[in-house]
Design a protein around this ligand. Sequence first.
Ligand code: BGC
Length: 443
Amino acid sequence: MASSDVDGILQSLVLSKADLEEISDLMRQNMDRGLNRATNPSAVVKMFPSFVRSLPDGTEKGDFFALDLGGSNFRVLRVQLLDGDVQMTSKVYKISQGTMTGTGEQLFDYIADSLAEFKNEQGLSDVDLPLGFTFSFPCKQNGLASAELVQWTKGFSASGVEGKDVVVLLKEACARKKVALQIVALVNDTVGTLMSCAYSCSDTYIGLILGTGTNACYLEKLSNVDTWTGDDGEPRDVIINMEWGAFGTDKSLDKFRTKFDNEVDEVTLNKGKQLYEKMISGMYLGEIVRLILVKLATDGDLFGGQVSSDLKTPWKFETRFLTDIESDTSDNNAECNTILKSLGVTPSPSDLPVIRRVCAAVSTRAARLSVAGLSAVVKKIGAAELTIAVDGSLYKKHPTFKSNMEKTLKELVPGVTVKLMLSEDGSGKGAALVAAVAARLGS
Ligand code: BGC
């Protein structure tokens, strides 16, 4: 077996501490460009002010509806905030490929229909509660309940939505469907995640999503936000939705990208965009692994030189396979074998360690890259101690993603005590909290 190929490929995925420091510095430059009014129009990392000005203080109360759209599942929730305790009832509605890529009208009609069904099933048809909408795509906000979609990500392409205010589109759909709607806030999932964790943990300043996509937000001083167009009164902070997935669109990450990253980008709907996201998040890691396995098999380094038709098919190797393969610690590699058999491949005993090494190299690179970005934010905030609220299936399910992040944080920001805290269900709860904080502040 020509193991030099394997080693060469794996080596191309290794990012040294110096590489990560360079990426961290680049991220910081991108953040500054996004925050500055003169450079923002051409900035890649847009640093959108979320109009959320205050973190929850645990005293928020009330009864809310929330909508959560950000991937192939859409959720409707009822969130009750009672004296620091949160009760939620929710229902998941599948978003089909056709709805993701059809017309905007179909997508928003589907959301309105789902809200109507949920209210009906909960016996709340005639009840009109304030609603928070978690909409996890890059939006330029003009207020808490006004947000223009800049561009779709994560495989969505519904027509007639980019450049429009999605709150208006939702209101129009609800009017068409005769569903009462009292929308008070639109939030990104990172913002929801930060809010939800801050409800119980007061030194939480960063929200991070590592799921189908990736993104981060953090609490910034208004005086540092040159693009701010809202009022200058108290509180003098605002959460910035970084939209860091777009980092690298100006080719600044090209020297760290491999030919496999380029190949993944080629088959996406948003080619050339979201390049940092495409090296980190769950929608893409499986595809990177698949391309490497195909290359190794074609070169005769795996599977006796055979490539099954499933393994040749884009997107067939899902990121959950990578998570399951790396989680499989059994002596007989049962899980690995089952996954590969489902893809029409029978691995030999010597193939298995190679497959594991490929998966580990891809997931470790992703974890380290995410921390390169985080370290720029941590340094900018400048606190000696802080908590990062994290949510997303990749972070929650992968066996070593969190520990790899923790190790890398020690390398890159050794003087800061950083705690990663799982913010379970932040996007649902967070939207209600934003609505509640808005009510508390009377905005
Ligand atoms: C979107 C972000 C979102 C992230 C995580 C990205 O593709 O642009 O708005 O926060 O995915 O869901």
